[in-house]
Design a protein around this ligand. Structure first.
Ligand code: B12
Ligand code: SF4
Length: 443
């Protein structure tokens, strides 16, 4: 069979990558829409942690999360000051080539989620163009949206002889073009849900109930990616959840919303009440943090009753705060409501953003101690500068890397905003954070 489209989720080249409900949601979404239009598709997930041919099975953890298979690769020279090893995460190249050799397809769709993960995309592109120089390749996703010029100049320089196209638009716009150019070859699929069923296994399903965020924090890309906040119809979200549970036995659902609790009463509450009334026994997770400001006593109780198991709150900083999405009082109030509703310490956590320009590690330490005092598990989030944000402009002044020239330097592990990172101090802070978590979880 000749597939209309081959969809590929590229490898990750990085110091670290973990399947914390990490899926190429945009690409899976696009696949679902194509299938509904009657296009035949094939999906290769190069990150697939459950691929049956992996030489070593990566360790998996609770709720569908876990490690990826990885192979060490030489660290890029420009990262020589970073005391970490470098890996290619995902299935071995040989397995990918083998799968590819069995397939026939008319066009390829590639995505790239983090701006600094583009080397994985380029590796795939290199293999594809050398084996299938005539086949069109379309590239979209967050990296494309945030670093369009970077990819454009790369393609012009190295792939100008190949039919490689960069797509900045959202899936729906792209589909209008596809419909004109390609004729569907099979019967339309029953629904347009993301193609989780084309993975080798469905450990969990990602859900987005809304796009965008009403806030505009100076370090975040949400407004660039989604200028307007757009909720989905609660009934449709509920039906999607039921579909995965009833047909595939999925229990764990991770929300990717930027503002999951915004307009709670008229949105998420409706979805959760429906879930409860059907007694589905599901578990929900919020790897992308929720807003403490929207957590009232009732919200906390409904989240608990509905089966939320992982709640991460975006606190970011305790002192010298540089956003206004939450105040310390609101944060503490939210935590007390959540605990009162019955959430255990293990189920809750707060993100602390660090590694910002001119970082003061003493301040971060105080933030960690503050969280320990209030018995909220701290999770450190290393700052990554995102083009188009005020913090990107600020980082340009302080970075030891040309962050404007190459998105590889947006990698949070390298602490790109620091002129001269004190790696010992960073290690100390990370250990402290881990120890505080341990003390909170095992008093
Ligand atoms: C979920 C999420 C996570 C998850 C999983 C990440 C993942 N899936 O890769 C977790 C929690 C693990 C995570 C972690 C981090 N994240 Co994050 N994350 C997100 C989030 C909220 C959603 C991503 C997503 O799936 N979006 C929804 C889909 C539908 O959008 P999309 O991919 O763009 O797809 C659309 C189009 O682009 C298009 N499309 C997509 N693919 C293709 C392909 C083709 C061919 C075409 C035509 C179209 C197309 O169609 C889709 C529908 O229209 C985004 C913010 C956001 N709202 O997007 C941040 C975001 C990607 N993360 C970000 C950051 C900063 C981080 C962290 C560094 C945070 C930290 N300091 O710890 C870490 C780094 C993780 C790591 N290095 O391992 C930044 C980007 C950073 C960067 N430099 O690229 C973002 C943009 C948020 C922000 N603050 O601005 N993240
Ligand atoms: S509240 Fe969160 S998603 Fe919204 S702009 Fe701020 S950091 Fe981004």
């Amino acid at each position: 069979m000749v597939y209309d489209f081959l969809l590929i989720n590229p490898w990750i080249y990085d110091f670290a990558a973990y399947d914390f409900w990490l899926k190429p949601y945009g690409l899976l979404l696009l696949g679902g829409k194509l299938r509904k239009l009657g296009y035949s598709i094939y999906y290769i997930d190069l990150l697939d942690p459950l691929h049956p041919k992996l030489p070593v099975k990566p360790r998996r953890k609770e709720f569908g999360t876990g490690h990826f298979y990885k192979e060490p690769i030489p660290k890029p020279v420009y990262f020589k000051d970073v005391p970490r090893r470098f890996f290619r995460y995902g299935i071995p190249v040989s397995i990918f080539k083998k799968i590819l050799s069995t397939l026939k397809f008319k066009a390829v769709l590639l995505t790239c989620t983090m701006t600094y993960w583009y080397p994985g995309l380029i590796s795939v592109l290199e293999i594809l163009t050398s084996k299938y120089p005539e086949i069109p390749v379309y590239i979209g996703g967050i990296y494309v949206k945030l670093c369009y010029e970077h990819l454009k100049s790369h393609i012009e320089k190295y792939y100008s002889d190949f039919p490689v196209y960069i797509v900045k638009e959202n899936a729906d716009e792209f589909l209008k073009f596809i419909i004109k150019k390609y004729k569907p070859s099979i019967k339309p699929y029953i629904n347009e849900y993301p193609i989780f069923d084309m993975q080798s296994f469905i450990p969990y399903v990602v859900i987005m109930t809304s796009y965008g965020c009403p806030f505009n924090c100076p370090y975040c890309a949400s407004k660039t990616l989604y200028p307007k906040f757009k909720p989905r119809e609660p009934e449709n979200v509920f039906k999607e959840i039921v579909f995965w549970h009833k047909n595939y036995g999925v229990i764990d659902f991770a929300f990717y919303d930027d503002a999951l609790l915004f307009n709670f009463e008229s949105h998420l509450a409706i979805i959760l009440e429906k879930v409860l009334s059907h007694n589905l026994g599901l578990r929900f997770h919020t790897p992308n943090a929720v807003h403490a400001r929207f957590i009232t006593k009732d919200v906390a109780q409904l989240l608990k009753r509905a089966g939320f198991k992982t709640i991460r709150i975006g606190l970011e900083r305790v002192e010298n705060r540089f956003d206004n999405k939450v105040s310390i009082d609101e944060f503490l109030q939210a935590v007390s409501y959540l605990k009162f509703a019955g959430f255990k310490e293990r189920e809750l956590g707060a993100y602390l953003l660090y590694g910002v320009p001119e970082e003061d590690f003493k301040e971060i330490e105080k933030g960690l101690i503050f969280l320990e005092k209030h018995r909220v598990a701290p999770y450190l989030a290393e700052f990554s500068p995102i083009p188009g944000t005020p913090f990107f402009e600020l980082t340009k002044k302080y970075s030891r890397y040309p962050i404007e020239e190459d998105p590889i330097f947006h990698n949070n592990t390298i602490f790109p905003a620091l002129k001269n990172p004190d790696w010992e101090e960073i290690k100390r802070i990370k250990i402290l954070s881990r120890e505080i978590r341990r003390r909170i979880f095992n008093p």
